[in-house]
Design a protein around this ligand. Structure first.
Ligand code: SF4
Length: 150
C-alpha cells in the first residue's frame, strides 16, 4: 500500500506542479520517513492514535495557498466541491464523497482546534498529514492526494 500511495502522490504532484522530478521524490521520502517515525499504520477505517499537545500548536493548512493550492486541499467537501482543482474522477477505490482526511493513510488524529472555514471560525477535529509537514489538516478535509488505508 505504501508504494501505491507514494506512486499516486508522485503522479498527482507532477500533474499539479510540474516539479516532481526535482522536489517530489525528496518530499515524499521525507513525508514517509516522518510517518514511520510516528509509528505503525492504524487498522483500516480507524483514525490513528492521537498526537500530542506539541502538534496541536502547529498551524492549520490554508486552502488555496502553496502546496494546498496544488493539491486542492480544503477543510471539507462543501469547499472542495467549489474548488476547480478538486479531482473527483480519479478512481482510488473509494468514491470521492466518502474520502476524508480521517480515513486517508497520511492522517493521524491530534485533537480539536479552531479553523477558519468559509469565513467562520469553527472548532473541528484536526490531525497531522505527512504531505504537509508541521501543519494540521481538518479530519473532514480532503485533497487530491487522498490514499486509501491498507
Ligand atoms: S490527510 Fe490525505 S486527504 Fe487529507 S490533506 Fe493529507 S493527503 Fe490529503
Amino acid at each position: 500500500m505504501e508504494n501505491n500511495s507514494r506512486r499516486n502522490f508522485l503522479k498527482l504532484f507532477a500533474t499539479a506542479t510540474g516539479v516532481s522530478l526535482i522536489a517530489g521524490p525528496g518530499l515524499v521520502r521525507s513525508a514517509f520517513a516522518q510517518e514511520k517515525k510516528r509509528g505503525a499504520a492504524p487498522a483500516a477505517g480507524a483514525a490513528p492514535a492521537a498526537g500530542g499537545a506539541k502538534e496541536l500548536e502547529w498551524p492549520v493548512v490554508v486552502p488555496g495557498k502553496d502546496l494546498a493550492l496544488a493539491m486542492a486541499y480544503n477543510h471539507n467537501h462543501a469547499e472542495a466541491g467549489k474548488d476547480a482543482k478538486t479531482d473527483k474522477k480519479t478512481d482510488k477505490g473509494t468514491a470521492w464523497e466518502k474520502r476524508f482526511c480521517n480515513n486517508c493513510s497520511f492522517y493521524k488524529t491530534v485533537g480539536k482546534k479552531k479553523v477558519s472555514i468559509a469565513g467562520k471560525d469553527v472548532e473541528v477535529e484536526v490531525g497531522t498529514c505527512t504531505i504537509f509537514p508541521k501543519a494540521l489538516v481538518a479530519a473532514e478535509g480532503i485533497c487530491n492526494s487522498w490514499a486509501k488505508k491498507a
